[in-house]
Design a protein around this ligand. Structure first.
Ligand code: LMR
Length: 353
């Protein structure tokens, strides 16, 4: 009897193993950036961890560079289950009807990455993920890129330089308001079309962190770059909710852990990737790089501050106020640890009223 039971258990495990080996669960992970960016490298790292740790139960197919879908299409593809995983920028959730993610687009809202991580990893981040559930989406992690820089074919030093320029933006109403507040004409365009849009003069300029600017070769078609750090670009790694909930619980645990580790990796490399990209852009010599001095940063901030108020209702006053409070706490903790720096050396946050 015992031998018969053992034998059937053995047959069962061989069959399960064989069917798992033959039919891994496929996770299609689509994204729009180059493989050698913070997001691209972390997606590949997640693939490695997920496949190794699940012992072949899952296969993660990473499709970079909008190979499968462009910005808007990829959200739809996720919802209908044509792909299982994405990492869209936080500026691309508005068209889904989840406008609160545009908190992350508010100009100068994060004076440093500590504030940003506390927003992402705390209550605000979790509440934002909660809003995705009704859209058939589950949020797994927040990934980093970095602060955005402005580029164009003409110098962007004072606010008046923006007047009348056509500037490409992601599909965020906050970014639209930001460009208008500077006097520019914002134009929504998919990321995969930005290089040709700039090359053909459909738009005059854009904003992005250095890693995206360099890997898309935007510096070849942009004569001027201003290091302004005026806004932030990060990502939410999201999955199709039904797909995720239908996975065996132990496999979901394995994948969650792989995602946590990929997130630590991603945040570690993000700044390095952006720093290296800046060095490469400078070395290419096609773009004049200008660092916005503190006195001008204050003027830009003043022009952009009304955008916070304008979006209080759409984003949620509570979210904005909570982000201000976190920024103030971080600043307080820093200044109690260090001797105060002269104001001109401090990165600029907009102070809440
Ligand atoms: C953009 O469209 O500019 C960015 O969201 C691209 C990205 O995913 O980093």
């Amino acid at each position: 009897m015992r031998i018969a039971a053992l034998f059937s258990a053995l047959v069962l495990s061989i069959t399960t193993f064989a069917s798992q080996a033959a039919d891994p669960i496929i996770i299609k992970f689509s994204h729009v950036v180059a493989p050698d960016t913070p997001k691209g490298r972390a997606a590949d790292y997640f693939k490695k961890l997920a496949e190794e740790r699940s012992k072949g139960q899952v296969k993660v197919e990473v499709y970079p560079n909008s190979q499968l879908y462009k910005d808007r299409e990829e959200m739809e593809a996720l919802q209908i289950g044509a792909v299982q995983m994405l990492a869209p920028s936080l500026a691309k959730f508005g068209p889904l009807g989840v406008r609160s993610f545009e908190l992350f687009d508010l100009p100068y809202i994060f004076p440093n990455k500590e504030t940003l991580y506390r927003v992402m990893d705390g209550d605000i981040g979790q509440k934002l993920f909660g809003l995705l559930s009704a859209k058939g989406i589950t949020g797994l992690a927040y990934w980093d890129n970095g602060f955005k820089q402005m580029s164009a074919n003409t110098p962007l030093r004072s606010v008046s330089n923006f007047k009348g320029l056509k500037l490409r933006i992601q599909s965020s109403k906050v970014l639209e308001a930001q460009m208008k507040a500077l006097g520019a004409n914002p134009q929504v365009m998919a990321f995969s079309e930005v290089y040709s849009g700039l090359q053909q003069g459909v738009v005059d300029g854009t904003e992005n962190p250095m890693s995206n600017l360099y890997t898309q070769k935007m510096h070849e078609v942009q004569k001027h770059l201003t290091l302004s750090d005026h806004g932030y670009l990060g990502y939410a790694v999201i999955v199709n909710k039904k797909f995720w909930e239908d996975l065996p619980a132990d496999l979901r645990t394995t994948l969650n852990k792989a995602m946590q580790d990929a997130t630590v990796f991603e945040r570690k490399i993000a700044q390095e990737e952006n720093d290296q990209a800046l060095v490469k852009v400078k070395a290419a010599g096609t773009t004049q790089v200008y660092t916005l001095p503190y006195r001008d940063r204050v003027v830009w901030q003043k022009a952009l501050l009304p955008v916070h108020k304008e979006f209080e209702e759409k984003i949620g006053r509570d979210f904005i106020q909570a982000a201000y409070r976190i920024a103030a706490d971080v600043e307080k903790a820093k200044s109690s640890k260090h001797t105060p720096q002269p104001a001109k050396d401090k990165p600029g946050a907009i102070k809440p009223d």
